[in-house]
Design a protein around this ligand. Structure first.
Ligand SMILES: Nc1nc2c(ncn2[C@@H]2O[C@H](COP(=O)(O)OP(=O)(O)OP(=O)(O)O)[C@@H](O)[C@H]2O)c(=O)[nH]1
Length: 298
């Protein structure tokens, strides 16, 4: 039987002549390596279609280039090589290449007091683009933490003071009575509200970095926030967490400022966007603060 030539529709001329900003594939299943951890990731890969006459790009060439990501740890240099392959395989068709990888990273976190540990999941995404020879890479990660409202804490303290006045009015104070009162529900007649909160970090990385500073960035952000969400928790850990929260009262503005100042000291960043979301238990809506920074041009 004679071999038939396979029709190549992508190589045909377009019926309507128009360049396109982004053409590619979204949601490609991909096992990637991050800090030697194998991650189940999804990738969006695309290029610009600058040749207005060309019918289509060559999807398979982008798909096959992604194989480079299976064996090596994700680094800015590796992402750049993949994007360069996208452009090389679309010479004359495309001048910009794009790659987004999203996944969840699991990190083992120790308990505050007890000798236990557990896994914590961090949603991450990497956005890389190569426009001609200009390379950009952004690392996004969500970090969850606990925030206790300073206003609610002050209002609660006032109610506790009022209760103390009511309960001990015209009574000589006895140490034992006060101690017992402090240990009763009357001694904590009001409690401040606290909430699970999320810091959404978008870090614009220096494209020449040898490593992806993901774990360092997460640790840096959690240290700045002070009350990261815990994993394995016994009562001793819960008590330590309650103390940490009581010493770490913060509005969303406080959290955004802390992160901003901490990330400015983090090496290898050209710019960043910080967004903190406090999922309030006082309201059915969130308290949100944002902050941006970019390196001054020399
Ligand atoms: N451009 C384009 N291709 C699509 C689309 N949907 C599916 N494909 C398929 O993607 C497949 C791979 O395309 P190509 O990379 O051009 O495959 P190929 O021509 O065998 O590979 P090359 O010889 O490298 O060009 C083809 O079978 C296309 O039909 C689409 O919307 N646009």
């Amino acid at each position: 039987m004679n071999a038939l030539t396979l029709p190549d529709i992508a190589a045909q001329a377009a019926r309507q002549s128009l360049p396109l900003d982004w053409v590619g594939m979204c949601g490609i299943a991909l096992p990637v390596l991050l800090a030697d951890q194998r991650l189940n990731a999804k990738a969006d890969a695309g290029v610009s279609l600058d040749d207005a006459q060309a019918r289509g790009i060559h999807m398979s060439r982008l798909y096959l280039a992604l194989a480079m990501l299976e064996q090596e740890n994700l680094t800015p240099a590796l992402l750049r090589r993949v994007l360069q392959d996208f452009l090389d395989s679309h010479e004359g068709l495309a001048t910009s290449a794009y790659l987004r990888i999203h996944s969840d990273v699991l990190l083992k976190r120790p308990a505050l007091v007890s000798p236990l540990a557990g896994w914590k999941s961090y949603p991450i995404s990497l956005d890389a683009r190569l426009q001609g020879t200009v390379f950009h890479v952004e690392l996004r990660v969500d970090v969850s933490y606990s925030s206790t409202c300073p206003c609610s804490a002050a209002l609660s303290r006032q109610l506790i003071q009022q209760q103390f006045v009511d309960d001990f009015a015209n009574t000589p104070l006895q140490h034992a009575d006060v101690l017992a009162w402090l240990g009763s529900t009357r001694g904590i007649v009001a409690t401040p509200h606290s909430q699970r909160s999320t810091a959404q970090l978008c870090l614009h990385l220096d494209g020449v970095l040898d490593d992806l500073p993901l774990i360092a960035a997460i640790n840096h952000a959690e240290a700045a926030l002070g009350t990261a969400v815990q994993t394995a928790v016994k009562r001793a850990d819960e008590q330590a967490f309650a103390l940490a929260n009581g010493q770490n009262l913060m509005f969303c503005e406080d959290a955004a400022r802390r992160l901003h100042l901490a990330l400015q000291r983090f090496p290898g960043l050209l710019a960043f966007d910080v967004r903190v979301v406090h999922s309030e238990s006082l309201h059915a809506h969130d308290a949100v603060a944002e902050s941006h920074w970019h390196q001054e041009q020399p």
